[in-house]
Each structure stands twice: as C-alpha cells, then as structure tokens.
Design a protein around this ligand. Structure first.
Ligand code: SF4
Ligand code: SF4
Length: 328
C-alpha cells in the first residue's frame, strides 16, 4: 500500500496533520526532534517555523519539548551545556518557540540487524515523537532528511562514532590499480596514492565511505558497514514501535549539512513542506521533488547517492519508498 505524503505550505499544516493520528499525541510528553544548527551555519530550521509546529501540538494539548543530542566532534555542541548555549543563540528559547529545549547525552541500547544502537533516552522513553527535518546536502550521506535526523541525530556520541568508524575504508592491495580516484573524491584528503603506493591517514578519515563507492575495482570496502546502511538501522532503532509524525522542510536547500559552519550555497530553490508518518516515504518524496527541480543535485554536489539510505530503509522495514503525494 502506498504511504501518503502531504505537500503543502505552513498555512495548511493543521489540515495536513489532521490526516494522521495527531489526536493520540494529546497529554503526551512529545520530543520534537530537530537539529538546532552548528554555530555559523545559516540554514538550520528557524524558530518561527518551529513555533508553528509547537503551536499545533499545544492545540491538541500535547506537551512538546525541542530535542537533540550532543555531537561526537569537537565544538560547543559536543556538551549539553554548550548545545544549550547554541540553541539559545539561534533563537530556540521558551519565549520564541513556546516550549523548553532538552539536549540528550544518555542512551538506551536497541538492537537492529545485529548491531546495537544507543538511542537517546528521551526518544526511547517516549511513545509519541514529532520530527522536524531540514532537507539539504550531506557530505557523507548525500542528503540529510528524516532518516539522517534520527539515524545520526537520535543516538549517543558513542553510537555516532561507532557508525563513522565502521564505515572507514579497508584497502585490498591485490585489487588496486593505483588509479587515484579514491584520493580525488575523499572530502577529507585522507588518502594519498602514488605509483604502487596507497596510504590512508586514519586520523583524517571521517568514515564517510565516499572512497568505497568511488572505487570501481572494488579494492576498498567498509571496515564494518556502509554508513548509509547503519544510518537507516539507527533511525529504525529510534522510531520502532513509536507513533511518529515527520515534517520535512524543503527550504534553504544548501550544499551541506546544518552541522557544517561553512555550508555556503543554496543548490535548489525553496519547494515547501512535506508531512507523513513514514520516514522512508517522506525522504523519497523529498528527493523526487528536489530532483524534479534540479536533477541529481545532491549526487553532483556531494558525489554520494542519497537513494542508498532510502533503499536500505525500505529493506530493513523502516518504511516504504512507495508513496502517494497529495498537494494541499
Ligand atoms: S580508487 Fe580503488 S583502484 Fe583506484 S587507487 Fe583507490 S583503491 Fe586503488
Ligand atoms: S571513508 Fe571518507 S574520509 Fe575516509 S578515506 Fe574514505 S573518503 Fe576519505
């Protein structure tokens, strides 16, 4: 059966939400999962839009709070107190959005496809979750949408690191032709190739898996698993058996993630908002709408095909790529 994805503007958000099980959110403490932006990033979801969502949840007497987790890389958002400061700096205050901000750093283990993911306690302990995902390019995943919002953003630092380290590349010398393609595509300059010599600077390697995809000789493979596969699994760990409504914001579609302070250019004009209860369907619809306007823009910008995470999501039962788009 095709999953329904509504395509609308903010004025019709209320009408769109009425098509889902929003009434069951009544009286529940609801984490509203979103990325509140790295310092100096310009494109993260804005407080006035977020307030709109919070107002809708309050109308049905839910008890929402904004929620995100600490990150695994250095910087203010690596600590709860630092991320709280960033949230305030970016306008996510009780006065501006009408609810509190909670930053999580503790996890509850959940096993998906034989790997353990530490799901943020606040998500694991909730029965109802609301997701706001700003759709944009991503250096390692091609695109960041609903799957990425939970897959990386819904888990602890330990799990984030585990996923990145596991998607570092392993070199199979016997298959290598020393063509140098992996070195050219590595976004972190972690590979050097010279005549019959392949070298990886493990400290510089971010575990994005871009080089693995680029090697036509199959001389590179993942240390553990494709980042896009574990992202889909981790997202499933976060939302499995929960009542979740997803809003994808297709605005300020930038070349890079909201965690990138130097995300520089808008690569696709604004499109609108999508609403669904299926993270795979909403990400597939987002990608299709963006491709309609700017064909393959994420692949061209990042060299990574974001369809991988969407297909993996369907394969592991996170959701469906088959959807019906309803314009309101
Ligand atoms: S792309 Fe593959 S074959 Fe070419 S240098 Fe890198 S590992 Fe070797
Ligand atoms: S996994 Fe990513 S960062 Fe690491 S060597 Fe490959 S392309 Fe570079």
């Amino acid at each position: 059966m095709k999953k329904v994805v509504f395509f609308t503007d903010l004025a019709k958000l209320h009408e769109a939400l009425g098509n889902f099980d929003i009434q069951s959110f009544k009286d529940k403490r609801v984490p509203v999962k979103l990325h509140m932006g790295e310092p100096k990033n310009k494109y993260f979801p804005k407080p006035d839009f977020v307030k709109h969502v919070i107002d809708e949840l309050k109308k049905i007497k839910a008890k929402p709070f904004l929620f995100d987790t600490t990150v695994a890389y250095p910087g203010l958002r690596g600590r709860k107190s630092g991320y709280e400061k960033v949230a305030k700096l970016h306008g996510f205050t009780l006065d501006n959005v009408g609810c509190n901000v909670v930053i999580g750093n503790k996890g509850i283990p959940t096993k998906i496809e034989k790997r353990e993911y530490q799901v943020a306690k606040q998500l694991a302990e909730s029965t109802h979750i609301f997701a706001i995902s700003h759709v944009k390019g991503h250096i390692a995943a091609g695109m960041g949408g609903a799957i990425k919002n939970f897959g990386m953003g819904g888990v602890t630092k330990k799990t984030k690191s585990m996923m990145h380290k596991g998607s570092r590349s392993i070199h199979k010398k016997e298959l290598c032709t020393y063509c140098g393609v992996c070195s050219e595509v590595c976004p972190f300059d972690a590979i050097t190739v010279s005549k019959n010599k392949w070298k990886q600077n493990i400290r510089a390697c971010f575990g994005c898996g871009v080089c693995v995809d680029a090697c036509e000789q199959k001389a590179l493979w993942y240390k553990d698993a494709d980042l896009q596969f574990v992202l889909a699994c981790s997202a499933k760990a976060c939302v499995k058996d929960k009542n979740v409504i997803y809003v994808n914001e297709l605005k300020r579609i930038a070349d890079s993630c909201d965690c990138d302070p130097s995300a520089a250019s808008i690569i696709c004009p604004d499109i609108g908002y999508l609403i669904s209860d299926d993270p795979v369907a909403i990400d597939k619809a987002s990608l299709d709408l963006i491709n309609d306007v700017k064909k393959d823009i994420f692949i061209k910008t990042t060299t990574v095909n974001p369809m991988k995470q969407i297909k993996y999501g369907e394969e592991i039962g996170l959701g469906s790529t088959s959807y019906k788009l309803i314009k309101l």
